[in-house]
Every structure is written in C-alpha cells, then in structure tokens.
Write a protein that binds this ligand. Sequence first.
Ligand SMILES: NC(=O)c1ccc[n+]([C@@H]2O[C@H](COP(=O)([O-])OP(=O)(O)OC[C@H]3O[C@@H](n4cnc5c(N)ncnc54)[C@H](O)[C@@H]3O)[C@@H](O)[C@H]2O)c1
Length: 248
Amino acid sequence: MDLGLNGKVAIVTGGARGIGLSICERFLAEGARVVVADMDGAAAGEAAAALSPDGAAALAVTCDVTDRASVETMVRATLDAFGTIDVLVNNAGFTRDMRIGRMSETDWDLVVDVVLKGAYQCTKAVMPTMIEKNSGRIISISSRAYLGNPGQANYSAAKAGLLGFTRAMSLEAGRHFITVNAVAPGIVETEAVRSLPHFDKIRANAEKTVAIPRMGQVSDVADAVAFLASDRAGYISGEVLHVTGGRY
Ligand SMILES: NC(=O)c1ccc[n+]([C@@H]2O[C@H](COP(=O)([O-])OP(=O)(O)OC[C@H]3O[C@@H](n4cnc5c(N)ncnc54)[C@H](O)[C@@H]3O)[C@@H](O)[C@H]2O)c1
C-alpha cells in the first residue's frame, strides 16, 4: 500500500530516541523528510546525522515543547529548511511516577506541561501552515495509561486530557481537511524501559497478560503513526488507535 508520504515533511517532537526515533525512521523509509525536535539537542543532532548523513532529509532542532518561543523557532526552522509542514507528531513525554501523597507539585506540573501544553504549543504553531495548504495530519502519542494507573495520576490525567484535546482539535481542524488523531501504546520496549531494574518482570508480565503475548516494539507504534499520517487515513479523525497487543 502506497502511504503517499513521499516528499512530505513531518515534525516529530521527542524524536531523538525511543518511539519518536522509530517514527522518524519510518517516515524516512517512506520518502518523507523529518524534523527531529527534541529538548536534548545533542541526541537530536546524532539522530538526524544517523537518519540522513548528507542532511538532506533530516533536520535536528533543539526544542522544548512547553516553551512557546522555542516551538515557534522550531517551526520557523522547519519552514526555512523544507518549505512546508505536512505532519506533526506530538510525541515528547515522560513519567514522574509517585503515589499522590508523595507526588510533588513539580512532578505534577512537569508531566502535565510536557504532554498537554506541549501538544497545545506545537499544534497551534503548525496550524497556520496546514490551514493555508488545506491539508495536514496531527497525531499525538497518548498511552494506555489514560485509563488510569496507580502511581501515575499526573501521567494518566495528562494522557486522558490529550484525547480530549485530540477530539476538540479534530472538530476545529476538519473543515481544513486536517485530521487529528491519537495513538495509545501499551508498554513499549524502548531503551529506557529495557534499562529498568525490573525489566525482566515487566516483559514476563506482558507475555502473560497481553492478548498478543509479547512486549510492544517501537516499530509497532511507528507503523500506526505512519498509517494515520498517510493519504490512506484522510477520512479518519478524532480517533484513538490502541497499540497495546489487545490489552486495554
Ligand atoms: N515507552 C512506553 O512504554 C510508552 C508507552 C505509552 C506511551 N508512551 C509515550 O510515547 C512517547 C515517547 O516515549 P518514549 O518511551 O519513546 O520516551 P523516551 O524517554 O525514550 O524519549 C522521549 C524523548 O522526548 C524528549 N523530551 C522530553 N521532554 C521534552 C520537551 N519538553 N520538549 C522536547 N522534547 C522532550 C526526550 O529528550 C527524549 O528524547 C511519550 O509521550 C510517552 O509518554 C511510551
């Protein structure tokens, strides 16, 4: 199936590693150009150099998605380098897990800000270009945790909020033929997850409790994102695509 991504320009926030990097790789494999927009500028630079050694198809931009000026600079850099924006993937995110009694206000703010304010800032910044083109794809990486996990009140609330944001934006953006969707992965085997001290337990648990008895891989999420970003998904909007191996 031709996804129609050849020549398209995609911004992937948090694209320097993990799921974001896999999404970048998938887009490049489809002939798209990518902007690796990550707070970790050194890692973004390394990722872009590996993705496109001659620099023609990948641009690294140091960007904090919670900071309006930083996001606006990143969008300007994208337009200067590639001339347009077809796809935004709101992927930057992290956890600060703690039971509520011990969860500091900082733990709350950091997680809610990176997920929700980040999606708001980036979406707002790309919308004028997409409206002008009368086309676009916005995909936000939520999590199965939107259903609620103990010790993740901040993360679960933010990832559930991201689904509300997605639905509201799909209604606002539809008349410009811009689709807005979310992907909700279950636990995915990234380097960060692999380095957890109890990784073997996590994997064993996935093999026991997930309908498809293995852990999710970054490429599983990237495939779902590539489909939603594609020309083949032009009449799908406001949806959440679960990539959980059947566990949700
Ligand atoms: N790994 C999982 O099991 C899993 C499951 C469900 C959802 N997710 C979600 O998928 C997304 C990617 O997760 P991952 O596991 O690949 O994470 P990761 O930690 O491997 O990579 C996240 C990237 O985001 C960047 N980042 C963090 N804060 C940022 C900010 N303010 N501005 C710009 N970049 C920032 C980091 O520098 C890092 O490169 C996250 O939104 C996460 O919540 C992950």
